[in-house]
Design a protein around this ligand. Structure first.
Ligand SMILES: Nc1ncnc2c1ncn2[C@@H]1O[C@H](COP(=O)(O)OP(=O)(O)OP(=O)(O)O)[C@@H](O)[C@H]1O
Length: 236
């Protein structure tokens, strides 16, 4: 595995209407690495994902992917480079079939996707003709992930995929994400469910009020006074 980072954020800052959402965010990610991004509600986790995927652009700082600055590129250009994401609320086309959803994503990115392999990965083999609207919440999350996989990502941004799922579903998703990372795909996983995150990685970044207050292992984070205060003793 290369030791060059696939992703590097340097002094990234973002505000909305004068409200500073992220300040001086710095971190790196190596190929095939899974990084957990945690923090209280409103601490800026999804904003980090939005800046990397191109939904928003930072006011300051740089985002380097695979050696090149990407912070001014459109989301579409970033998908073509190999960055994609799943959403807190799945964004499948519910009137389309499972297969059509994956085909559209692959077409959008120009990637020659192995659709049967993706269906197998996401546990929807044999359901390719089913309308997305007929899927369970868990299956829609898996389809959302399948749509991201269809674009051939090198970096996958996973935003609170565990919310609302039962323990068996969580174990299934954790196993799938680990299999994906083992193929060399890097991952940032935003999550409130620490037990779920612990199955995926020990390396986490903790955000509080838009600043990184901790970087290290999940175990050490749980004993860090600033992290404990951020979660239990003060405002995000
Ligand atoms: N488009 C936007 N316009 C204005 N404010 C925004 C926008 N997006 C995010 N914010 C604000 O930025 C702050 C950080 O939000 P963000 O969604 O990144 O936090 P989060 O850590 O992902 O929260 P949660 O865990 O609740 O999903 C919040 O105060 C939010 O209201």
């Amino acid at each position: 595995m290369s030791s060059e980072p696939i992703l590097a954020l340097t002094n990234v800052a973002k505000s909305f209407g004068g409200f500073q959402v992220l300040t001086d965010v710095n971190f790196e990610l190596k190929p095939g690495e899974i990084l957990g991004l945690v923090g209280p509600n409103g601490s800026g986790k999804t904003s980090v994902i939005n800046l990397i995927s191109g939904v928003h652009q930072p006011e300051a700082g740089t985002i380097r992917f695979d050696g090149a600055e990407i912070q001014r590129l459109t989301p579409h250009a970033r998908v073509k480079l190999g960055i994609n994401r799943s959403f807190q609320v799945p964004k499948c086309f519910i009137s389309m079939s499972v297969r059509e959803n994956i085909e559209v994503a692959a077409h959008f990115s120009g990637h020659d996707a192995d659709i049967p392999a993706i269906l197998e990965d996401i546990g929807l083999s044999g359901m390719e003709a089913a309308p997305a609207a007929s899927l369970t919440a868990n299956q829609q999350k898996m389809l959302d992930l399948g749509r991201a996989l269809a674009t051939g990502p090198k970096l996958l941004l996973v935003d609170e995929i565990g919310a609302g799922l039962n323990p068996a579903e969580l174990t299934g998703i954790a196993d799938l994400l680990k299999r994906i990372a083992a193929r060399g795909i890097s991952m940032i996983v935003v999550e409130h469910l620490m037990e779920f995150l612990n199955k995926l990685t020990s390396r986490v970044i903790v955000l509080s009020a838009g600043k990184i207050i901790f970087e290290g292992s999940l175990g050490d984070a749980s004993h860090d006074p600033e992290v404990v205060t951020a979660f239990f003793g003060g405002a995000a």
